[in-house]
Design a protein around this ligand. Structure first.
Ligand code: FAD
Length: 375
């Protein structure tokens, strides 16, 4: 019987564990380790911040779900991995221990490197946890006039919630009858040019922003936040009365110093999702070193590929599945301006673009599906 350890209870870890059980049955021991027993459905956090769903709709109990699928669950912090000894050091409160494994799936997501932006912690709102989304909800409730600035810092690699927040704010202010008292600006660290590497997507996005009278400011790499103002590396400033800003991301610290990452601590993997230079180890999700935005559907697909190849490896076979790095995302504008983008990042072929109310609805239906399938 092989001992398989899955680290991380997000999209990548949960799907990897579920697919492994489907393929291996109960012949092998599968254990998932995560620091919290709650699974967070991140795409719902913008709606949570605008009061369109409840906290319970944006998360579920991971432990019960895993146990019902015959996956052991350990609630603990992963401190270190030792790829040579095949051991993982975990901590829970004052307790520390080591778990040995035969095969490892690393899915610990990204780290928020907010320390790189001076004043971020004290002065910025973001949406990268349930608590922060609820805090931003309070800030929106108290905001009635002035300048709202919404954007990403260099290295954030997550455009969807930026645009969705801008659209949701515009709609909310319209409902309140105070839209004309507010200026909304979306800021991007990138130079002017196609967003998402595709001119069609840029045109569609800019049209949707124009329709909401939302300004777009490119080449605005924020490196400092003070009370009421953001400043960029190239010396530009912008005042705000409401700020939602995504901090830079890096890879998981648990993978640093093991010699398997790039300089931003993202893990190097091949297209079978095996970690380069290490045996019996796979990595999936936001933690891996692939270009472009970091999205949940990528984590899911990578987890499916890793699970198929890990099951094949246990049976002594070569990899049977390969990952293709394509981007699929819905930017929910709240109505007919919603966008669906599908683009193969590795080939750079022009994107397929869908527009209309249907896509926002489809995204919410997918959220419901996850909730039902995992409760
Ligand atoms: C506001 C927001 C909106 C988004 N919208 C979309 C969208 O519309 N579409 C889309 O495709 N993607 C979206 N994303 C991105 C998507 O949520 C991520 O790409 C996805 O969650 C990545 O999955 P993951 O499993 O790699 O990492 P995560 O979901 O971050 O999971 C990592 C897991 O590891 C655990 N963990 C981390 N470190 C440790 C440690 N040291 N010890 C123990 N446990 C640890 C965490 O608690 C977590 O359970 C959005 C993200 C956010 C924040």
């Amino acid at each position: 019987m092989a001992k398989i350890l899955v680290l991380g209870g997000g999209f990548g870890g949960v799907v990897a564990a579920e697919r492994l059980v489907e393929q291996l049955g109960d012949q092998h021991q599968i254990t998932l380790v995560s620091r919290s027993r709650r699974f967070i459905f991140y795409p719902a956090l913008v709606r949570l911040a605008f009061g369109k769903c409840r906290t319970e709709d944006a998360s579920f109990d991971l432990r019960d779900t895993m146990l019902s699928r015959k996956v052991n669950f350990i609630e603990a912090e992963v401190a270190r991995i030792d790829c040579d000894q095949r051991k993982v050091t975990i901590a829970h409160g004052e307790m520390e221990g080591k778990l040995s494994y035969d095969y490892l799936v690393f899915a610990l997501g990204r780290r928020l490197a907010s320390e790189r932006i001076k004043g971020f912690f004290e002065n910025a709102n973001h949406l990268l946890s349930v608590d922060k989304a609820l805090k931003f909800c309070d800030a929106v409730a108290a905001f009635h006039a002035g300048h709202a600035v919404i954007g990403q810092c260099p290295g954030a690699r997550l455009p969807v919630p930026v645009y969705e927040t801008a659209f949701a704010l515009s709609r909310l202010l319209n409902e309140r009858g105070t839209r004309d008292r507010v200026r909304i600006t979306v800021v991007s660290p990138e130079p002017p040019g196609p967003q998402f590497g595709d001119s069609e997507v840029t045109i569609a996005l800019k049209k949707a922003l124009n329709d909401h009278d939302i300004e777009f400011r490119s080449d605005f790499p924020i490196d400092r936040v003070s009370p009421g103002a953001v400043t960029t590396t190239n010396g530009h400033g912008m005042n705000f009365n409401l700020l939602m800003l995504l901090p830079p991301f890096t890879g998981s610290p648990a993978a640093s110093y093991v010699g398997i990452t790039n300089e931003e601590s993202y893990i190097n993997v091949d297209s079978s999702m095996r970690v380069v230079g290490v045996e019996r180890m796979y990595a999936v999700g936001d933690c891996v070193n692939f270009s472009g935005p970091k999205l949940g559907h990528m984590a899911v697909r990578q987890a499916e590929v890793a699970a198929a190849n890990l099951a094949a490896e246990i049976d002594g076979h070569l990899p049977v599945s390969h990952y293709v790095h394509d981007l699929r995302m819905v930017i929910d504008e709240g109505g007919a301006g919603s966008l669906y983008v599908h683009k193969d990042i590795w080939t750079g072929e022009p994107a397929n673009l869908g527009r209309g109310r249907f896509w926002g609805w489809a995204k919410r239906a997918q959220e419901k599906y996850w909730e039902v399938a995992h409760s």
